[in-house]
Ligand binder design. Structure first.
Ligand SMILES: C[S@@+](CC[C@H](N)C(=O)[O-])C[C@H]1O[C@@H](n2cnc3c(N)ncnc32)[C@H](O)[C@@H]1O
Length: 267
């Protein structure tokens, strides 16, 4: 498996990350707050879509946000500064070789990161190294096996399968959500709790049709199209059929459902 990043760093993906963070914010952030004076590591901050929410919700905590992409960190720094938050420090760093001392942090937060990494055990071991005893870790991941679409359509299954294979060939795992609990326990975390968060869109929930089905899920397919078609995982015709079938779920007689998994545990 190569050590790539399946979604890439396009302008369209930056916009998608922001919209995704907005519609999913209650799932990701409600009940997650950090006390005054604590130092919290945000690993894989991307363009700062979650960072601004962390900084806003825990203004007395200090966040140390890292990502391996120089450009993403620059964008995140700008976004945080534009919002007027002064409680975030940024570093360009690899999550498996963190430039921090042992037991430096009071907590850690990761969102949509483990699912893109080839060695989750190494990541969790490195996070445990930099966390203080009894520090809390929060993780949030998806699982592409959870897609429920109406009307059901085999072309959606083919599209999602191609996307999951692309993620796997890029070093990740699109089915991470269901394994989160076992991964945290295997890594030595205790008091592990994982809860499913169900994103569901139908005609009575138009904000979810627009913000989730369209702007989060279908756009997540779209940003990866060229790489997936070039890899020969699906042809252009089958790709378009899958997208059309997903669009079909947004009509007044359709629905779309996806489950995320939110995990918390103690060092
Ligand atoms: C799907 S994005 C999520 C970004 C952000 N957490 C959010 O929810 O909007 C995944 C991020 O993980 C970062 N990443 C992937 N592998 C990494 C590694 N080995 N070290 C640090 N960051 C990594 C990518 O650069 C990307 O910004």
């Amino acid at each position: 498996m190569s050590d790539g990043y399946a979604h890439g760093y396009s302008a369209a993906e930056q916009i998608r990350l922001e919209r995704q963070a907005s519609i999913l914010a209650p799932f990701i952030h409600d009940g997650v707050s950090f006390p005054a004076g604590s130092r919290i590591l945000e690993a894989g901050c991307g363009v700062g879509a979650q960072t601004v929410e962390l900084a806003r919700r825990s203004p007395q905590a200090t966040f140390i946000a890292i990502d391996r992409s120089v450009e993403s960190v620059a964008t995140a720094r700008m976004r945080v500064s534009e919002r007027g938050h002064d409680n975030v420090e940024f570093h360009v760093a690899d999550i498996v070789r963190l430039p921090f001392a042992d037991r430096e942090f009071d907590g850690a937060f990761l969102c949509f990161v483990i699912e893109h990494l080839s060695d989750a055990a190494a990541v969790f071991a490195e996070l445990r190294r930099v966390l203080k005893p009894a520090a809390r870790i929060h993780t949030f991941e998806g699982d592409h096996g959870s897609v429920l679409a109406s009307p059901p359509d085999a072309s959606i299954d083919r599209l999602v399968q191609a996307v999951a294979t692309h993620q796997s060939l890029s070093g990740g795992d699109a089915y991470t959500g269901r394994r989160l609990c076992a991964m945290l326990i295997a890594a030595g975390f205790r008091d592990v709790r994982v809860e499913p968060c169900i994103a569901y869109a139908d005609v009575t929930r138009q904000a979810w049709v627009d913000g989730f089905t369209r702007a989060t899920f279908i756009d997540m397919m779209r940003v990866q199209r060229d790489a997936i078609v070039e890899r020969g995982l699906i042809d252009a015709v089958a790709w378009e059929q899958g997208i059309q079938a997903l669009e079909r779920t947004t009509r007044s007689d359709g629905s779309f459902c996806y489950t995320f998994f939110r995990g918390a545990a103690l060092r």
